[in-house]
Design a protein around this ligand. Structure first.
Ligand code: ADP
Ligand code: MG
Length: 288
């Protein structure tokens, strides 16, 4: 049977927009010592600003943005939203786009007007043998190729959420020993975000499967305490399901992530996790 105090704890958490799917997770929060965050949409806004558009020789900015917008048209990744916002050219019509494909952790491909367009990171370029030029700036870099030829890149910047830094500090104050960040984004962006937030450890350039592997390693190494994963994406569902405590961002989060999670933060704020830990500590005092 579940002690009555847990119902009180779950109730007071839900008033703060924190949905806890059972008293056992409140109990687990009391043993939490490792928190693993996904970067994009979790520690960062996941709403990007296009910073620079750098066409390759023979391409104009407009042509590059149009090719990018065509391939991003059917994606609901935040990267796609920002590229489509930056694109000012003629309306893109669904009927001209075919063979749209998402390549997990790498990017997208699609065909339009007999052309094959690729948009994604350096791994996507390398996987397709594209002779691209590595961008020399910090940001999430989306390389574009058309019919096997490099067309240029778009650099975008994802802002850190205003409460991420204080949330991580407060978690430390509440006795959390390790804060780790996982991301599919590149090393430079990951390093900048990790330094700014003061995470203990980060792993960049991870494919969705590699995030699961990394989380399993962390769980394996931490037999004494509980390890939580906090994420928002469709790709995060397997990691959420496997961690001791899976925490999903409820507003931005995909249905699959919310379904797989043990705790849902309706306000999409890392500081809500701090609140959940506080509720757990308080509830323990009442129950025992
Ligand atoms: P994170 O692990 O930070 O949440 P994702 O797994 O969503 O990031 O994406 C990993 C990487 O895959 C991105 O940084 C980007 O390089 C590439 N990517 C994902 N979606 C797209 C897209 N719609 N267009 C271009 N590139 C994309
Ligand atoms: Mg993500």
């Amino acid at each position: 049977s579940i002690p009555l105090g847990f119902f009180g704890g779950i109730g007071s958490a839900s008033k703060k927009g924190i949905l806890i799917k059972g008293g056992n997770y409140l109990e687990a929060l009391n043993e939490l010592d490792t928190v693993v965050f996904d970067k994009t949409g979790t520690l960062t806004e996941g709403v990007f600003d296009v910073q620079t558009v750098v066409p390759a020789t023979g391409w104009t900015e407009e042509e590059l943005l149009e090719a990018a917008a065509v391939v991003e048209y059917n994606s609901n990744h935040p990267i796609a939203q920002s590229i489509l916002e930056a694109y000012q050219g003629p309306a893109i019509e669904q009927k001209t786009i075919s063979d749209y494909q998402e390549i997990a952790g790498k990017g997208l491909s699609a065909r339009s007007d007999e052309q094959e367009i690729l948009a994604g990171n350096h791994k996507l370029m390398e996987a397709n043998g594209i002779n691209y030029q590595a961008a020399d700036e910090v940001g999430t870099i989306i390389y574009i190729a058309v019919d096997g030829n490099y067309a240029g890149y778009i650099a975008i910047d994802d802002k850190i959420k205003s409460d991420s830094k204080s949330a991580l500090q407060n978690l430390k104050d509440l006795g959390i020993e390790r804060v780790v960040m996982l991301t599919g984004d590149n090393e430079q962006v990951a390093q900048r975000v990790a330094e700014e937030l003061g995470v203990d450890n980060y792993y960049a350039g991870l494919l969705p499967d590699e995030k699961v592997d990394k989380m399993e390693e962390i769980l394996e190494e931490n037999q004494d305490g509980k390890s939580a994963f906090v994420g928002d994406g469709i790709n995060d569902a397997p990691v959420l399901a496997r961690s001791d405590i899976g925490v999903a961002m409820g507003g931005l989060g995909s249905d699959a992530a919310i379904e797989a999670a043990d705790i849902v933060l309706m306000k999409d704020k890392p500081s809500n996790l701090t609140e959940a830990v506080k509720v757990a500590h308080f509830t323990r005092k009442i129950v025992w």
